[in-house]
Write a protein that binds this ligand. Structure first.
Ligand code: NAD
Ligand code: ZN
Length: 341
């Protein structure tokens, strides 16, 4: 095995990633080294490389947290994974397993968690280190490219939909039909929900319709709050994936009494919330952060069984900067998955 690898490195916030040859890291006792086949590009990677969130990563670092590949080396204490295993590398690199959140199955809120491609090096590289307790086996017959977007976009929307507390037959609004949103439409349909997709882009609304959305609304032409209230008397739930503060405000206005707005999109900033509306309508505002390992297993299983299939465009690792520029402009339809060799 060579001792260097290709990696895309964030060296300065707001600047293109630098493609370099760097040393292949060695696994610690509880880790595995994974030879990556692919990595999805999430909008979170754009926030990471721009350093636009309140908590910033330490530069230099390798972004990326939707990696899939095969175990290349196993740390001395790892007994449940072996060389050659097909695994995914999610955002949650590790959690303490002792805090109140970890012991109650909410490890996604562990205050001392490490995050792949943010606080530790990520998957825009030929190899990555993973905590063996957080690398996840890819269920058969899922291919690496189809599995990659599930590692973040899939699990985040799957969990985010659960947080709307909707049930089969209910209406859910999905705002933003990007990497997360186009999977959200499919998970929602698989859960028996009726879906209204909101986007500014006709092409994305077409994709939502192909994936099973019952209604679509172009938010640059139509006020979605008014339209959803007029058409169905308000939605039971809303899931906001859009990278726009205005979308959060709009999503709340689509809800019926007692509806829940599950927030997953992470534009830096704030949005106005009418105290009167929240109280009189009994609205729930619910934040949702990626998901637990159990959520991830379930989300992958939905994909393995064919209920959810990411719309994918593959690109070489070298196209990472162009891909992040396209994400900023809202020009990616579905998910771009980078191939490593
Ligand atoms: P993406 O760029 O693929 O998709 C975002 C979509 O929002 C785009 O299609 C864009 O056109 C659309 N959009 C922008 N403004 C809009 C508006 N006003 N109304 C409707 N649509 C609008 O990004 P992504 O990878 O899907 O990520 C989306 C967001 O979710 C990012 O902010 C990311 O950081 C965040 N995220 C959060 C979590 C979490 O745990 N909560 C996990 C993963 C990603
Ligand atoms: Zn992500």
């Amino acid at each position: 095995m060579a001792n260097t690898m290709k990696a895309a490195i964030a060296e300065e916030f707001g600047k293109p990633l630098q493609l370099k040859e760097v040393e292949i890291p060695q696994p610690q006792a509880e880790q595995v080294l994974v030879k990556l086949a692919v990595s999805g590009v999430c909008h979170t990677d754009v926030h990471a490389a721009d350093g636009d969130w309140p908590v910033k990563p330490n530069i230099p670092f390798i972004p990326g947290h939707e990696g899939v590949g095969h175990v290349a080396e196993v740390g001395s204490h790892v007994t449940h994974l072996e060389k050659g295993d097909h695994v995914g590398i999610p955002w949650l690199h590790t959690a303490c397993s002792r805090c109140e959140y970890c012991v109650t199955g909410q490890e996604n809120f562990c205050p001392t968690q490490e995050n792949t491609g943010y606080s530790v090096n990520g998957t825009f590289a030929e190899y990555v280190l993973a905590d063996a307790n957080h690398a996840t086996k890819i269920p058969q017959p899922l291919e690496s490219t189809d599995a990659a977007p599930i590692l973040c976009a899939g699990v985040t929307t799957y969990r985010g939909l659960k947080e709307t507390h909707t049930k089969p037959g209910d209406w859910v609004v999905i705002s933003g039909i990007g990497g997360l949103g186009h999977l959200a439409v499919q998970y929602a349909k698989a859960m028996g929900l009726r879906v209204i997709a909101l986007s500014r882009t006709p092409k994305k609304l077409e994709l939502a319709q192909e994936l099973g959305a019952d209604k679509t609304i172009n938010v640059s032409e139509t006020d979605p709050g008014q339209a959803v209230q007029d058409q169905i008397g308000g939605a039971h739930g809303a899931l906001v994936t859009a990278v726009s503060t205005q979308a959060f405000h709009q999503a709340v206005s689509t809800l019926q009494r007692s509806g829940t707005c599950s927030m997953v999109g992470l534009p830096p900033g704030e949005f106005p919330l009418s105290i009167f509306e929240v109280i009189l309508k009994g609205i729930d505002i619910q934040g949702s952060l990626v998901g637990t390992r159990a959520d991830l297993r379930e989300a992958l299983q939905f994909a393995a069984e064919g209920h959810v299939k990411p719309a994918i465009e593959t690109q070489p690792l070298e196209a990472v900067n162009a891909t992040m520029e396209r994400l900023k402009k809202g020009e990616v339809n579905g998910r771009v998955v980078l191939t490593m060799s």
